[in-house]
Write a protein that binds this ligand. Structure first.
Ligand code: TYD
Ligand code: MG
Length: 436
């Protein structure tokens, strides 16, 4: 064993630590909040080589929700810590209770609601059973010492913002408190090899930075989002040390809890896509193909330069596609307002959505309809060339299942499918043929 001493600088607001002093905390942005702390003499253990074949394997338990197991990468890993974030009211607590149906000995820690409330909800969704235990408490030390003795196989915490620790930096619910409390649950999970799932509230504009702050400390980060329409919910894995990120699972909120929706379920009425300014884009979300409707309205502007307004899309993409149409097709879009709306539950995030956006924009500008049951896939380069996208086969399969009759592709992908296919390599060629 070697020994060494060191100094660290800890932010009194959020608890982030640094090796050097600095005026502003990079993590939470507060000024002059770093305080020097000596961590004394630290024993440095000697390390050993482990043969790859002798390293232990991950132990996993099933949640009994196949869609969720798939999202996690075939079940919950023993000792893993999962952050379940989402806006208030989206259904985080309800999802925890669905997990409580897994049949393993489960402790539900309610720090926000009374046990009467939790029990009532449990009964409504059929989660009550001999394997399920409750703790109603906000004090972390008391919760952890009870959990240490409980021999639980799964711990559910609702929510990380509602627990507190005495002597902790900052006030209850502050960033520093959230971080320190989460650390205690992480230590518990690792020590007892028990998976812990904790909920955290976030708002749409990321106002409450608390759960965001925990992203690097936990093993898995899931975000629960409601779609603009209806009762469907999207659960998205934004970080996963034990599986793929970018995966999604779809759920539906019913009067008796959350029901997982099968793969291939879609959130828009695809037969309504098409017409003036509308087309379908099959977006890849993990292993899912999620059909999105791209809607565009191009209208004369009352302003000297037109506005670009987007819903569920980065406005820079609207500017770019508009500039491409101005440059190559000589459309006079600078005097027009352009409104874009993406429907289907997720924002348009793939570059392969360019072609759909361009077609919908051109259609609205020209006031010429696009055919119904048609989809478009392709990325557009700054030179006006249309490139082929990845996952062509998966998208094609999904389009056939959706009942689409035709697809416009960028480039010349070599695919076979039971659907009419058209290939385009340049924007000018595309516009001439589609709007002839
Ligand atoms: P909840 O899980 O409390 O949301 P969160 O914990 O994210 O704040 O659920 C929010 C909404 O879901 C609530 O308005 C009621 C509704 N709900 C149902 O529709 N069906 C159900 O079975 C349950 C339990 C809740
Ligand atoms: Mg809740």
């Amino acid at each position: 064993m070697h020994a060494q001493s060191r100094k660290v600088y800890i932010c009194s607001n959020c608890g982030e630590s640094y090796l050097k002093w600095q005026g502003q905390c990079r993590s939470c942005g507060s000024w002059n909040s770093l305080q020097e702390k000596s961590v004394g003499r630290v024993a440095v253990p000697s390390v050993e080589l482990t043969r790859a074949t002798q390293a232990g394997q991950l132990r996993r338990i099933s949640t009994k929700i196949p869609e969720l197991d798939r999202l996690l990468g075939s079940g919950l890993v023993a000792g893993s810590v999962i952050l379940l974030g989402g806006e208030p009211g989206v259904g985080k607590s309800t999802l925890l209770l669905e997990l409580a149906k897994c049949g393993h000995k489960t402790v539900y820690v309610s720090a926000e609601e009374s046990l009467e409330q939790v029990r009532d909800r449990c009964e409504r969704i059929g989660a009550i059973g001999e394997h399920l235990f409750f703790i109603q408490e906000n004090h972390v030390g008391s919760i952890i010492s009870l959990l240490e003795k409980a021999r639980a196989e799964l711990v559910l915490l609702d929510s990380i913002q509602a627990v507190w620790q005495e002597g902790g930096r900052g006030f209850s619910g502050s960033l520093a408190q959230i971080r320190e409390c989460a650390q205690l649950f992480i230590e518990f999970a690792k020590k007892k090899a028990t998976p812990v799932i904790m909920t955290g509230h976030i708002t749409k504009d990321g106002q409450i930075a608390g759960p965001k702050l925990l992203e690097h400390a936990v093993d898995v980060v899931l975000y629960f989002e409601s779609t603009l329409t209806g009762q469907e919910r999207i659960l998205r894995a934004v970080k996963n040390r034990f599986g793929h990120t970018g995966e999604i699972a779809l759920f539906e909120m019913t009067s008796s809890g959350l029901k997982a929706l099968p793969e291939g379920h879609y959130l828009i009425q695809v037969e309504q896509t098409g017409g003036i300014g509308s087309i379908l884009f099959p977006q890849r979300e993990g292993q899912h193909i999620l059909p999105l409707e791209v809607q565009v309205l191009v209208a004369p502007s009352g302003f000297t330069s037109g506005r670009r307004i987007g819903e569920a899309i980065d406005v820079a993409r609207i500017h770019l596609i508009a500039a491409i149409l101005e440059k190559y097709a000589k459309y006079r879009l600078s005097q027009c307002d352009i409104f874009v709306r993406i429907r289907g539950g997720a924002p348009l995030s793939e570059p392969a959505g360019d072609l759909a956006l361009l077609l919908a924009m051109a259609s609205s500008y020209l006031e010429k309809p696009l055919p119904r049951k048609v989809a478009a896939v392709g990325e557009i380069s700054l030179t006006g060339e249309i490139r082929s996208a990845s996952y062509v086969q998966e998208r094609l399969k999904s389009l056939v299942r959706l009942g689409m009759e035709r697809v416009f592709w960028g480039g010349t992908p070599n695919v076979w499918g039971d659907i009419q296919q058209s290939f385009f390599v340049h924007v000018n060629q595309l516009l001439e043929e589609v709007f002839a």
